[in-house]
Design a protein around this ligand. Structure first.
Ligand SMILES: [Zn+2]
Length: 163
């Protein structure tokens, strides 16, 4: 189990229940500690549900039940306003400068596992910021998205055993 700390962010909407239809993956560009400072800065107006450090440590900012402010102007499968229905998971760092670490991937799977079971998610409900805000956002780096997607598939959608 990776360590998990909590730093409640003021940047969320608790007045409408989050729909939890899937997850948007981000990278934060900034290092772990600097990202925590930004999420809790009253002036920033941004937040993720969870941030994952290169060593796998997680920091949660907003409860799953509440809307975090991570996606901005966005659209997923024809529906705008992704913050209302997709949780925000961010990897600390910049995936264009360095690949995701093995610990980051393992920690993400650990965070996702109980939610995947609870909400009945499928791979089709996983996306990244680049795909929901094309031309405006570039996270994740495409090859890193492919690595993450392969890890999700291996963990949550293993190929059926053929007899
Ligand atoms: Zn992003």
């Amino acid at each position: 189990m990776f360590p998990e700390i909590s730093r409640p962010s003021p940047h969320h909407d608790a007045t409408v229940p989050h729909e939890r239809r899937g997850v948007v993956f981000h990278h934060s560009v900034l290092p772990f500690d600097a990202t925590i400072a930004r999420m809790t800065d009253p002036a920033s107006r941004v937040s993720y549900h969870v941030l994952i450090a290169p060593d796998g440590t997680r920091c949660t900012f907003v409860a799953d039940a509440h809307v975090a402010w991570h996606a901005g102007v966005s659209s997923f499968r024809g529906r705008a306003g992704c913050n209302a229905f997709l949780l925000g998971l961010s990897f600390a760092g910049d995936t264009y400068a360095a690949p995701l670490t093995a610990a980051q991937l393992a920690s993400a799977l650990e965070w996702l596992a109980p939610r995947w079971a609870r909400h009945g998610w499928t791979l089709e409900q996983m996306t990244d910021h680049r795909q929901i805000a094309p031309g405006r956002k570039d996270d994740l780096q495409p090859a890193e998205w492919e690595r993450l997607h392969a890890a999700l598939a291996a963990r949550f959608a293993p190929p059926a055993i053929r007899g």
